[in-house]
Design a protein around this ligand. Structure first.
Ligand code: AMP
Ligand code: ZN
Length: 134
């Protein structure tokens, strides 16, 4: 198995630019930021994505994500995108769960998704399918 780079960062075997740490959560700067200050918030225990994380830990990571986002606003960012890629199809490249906190300045060349239109009753059908799984 490929060694997990984020586990190596947690163990101190690889460097990082740390901005926050507690018993369960670490936050450090992304090496290829969307904008300066782009931060990754990760659980210290290895989980692949949000789907295998215990709910309580999801909560702890989310609280740290908000703290970091608040701090990023206080140093001058105009807005903040908070995002998480879960699964290869969703663009996940590092398979240790992590939340991106991305400082934004309006027209800064970082683009999000383009919305599609639903066909026929597809919207209702997909909503019913999701509800049935909740
Ligand atoms: P994702 O597509 O959500 O898996 O994004 C992984 C992120 O990890 C990318 O934005 C990378 O720039 C970032 N990254 C990869 N290696 C490192 C590292 N050693 N230190 C900091 N960030 C990293
Ligand atoms: Zn890991």
């Amino acid at each position: 198995m490929t060694p997990c780079i984020f586990c190596k960062i947690i163990k101190g075997e690889l460097p990082c630019t740390k901005v926050y740490e507690d018993a369960d959560v670490l936050a450090f700067l992304d090496i290829k930021p969307v904008n300066p200050g782009h931060t990754l918030v990760i659980p210290k225990r290895h989980y692949v994505s949000i789907h295998d994380m215990p709910d309580e830990l999801v909560g702890k990571v989310a609280i740290v994500a908000k703290k970091v986002a608040d701090a990023i606003l206080r140093i001058g960012s105009k807005g903040v995108n908070i995002g998480m890629n879960n699964g290869e199809a969703a663009g996940q490249v590092v398979f240790h769960a992590h939340v991106h906190i991305m400082p934004r300045y309006g027209k800064d060349k970082f683009s999000l998704w383009v919305g599609k239109e639903y066909d026929g009753n597809e919207r209702q059908v997909v909503a019913e399918r999701i509800k049935a799984e909740l």
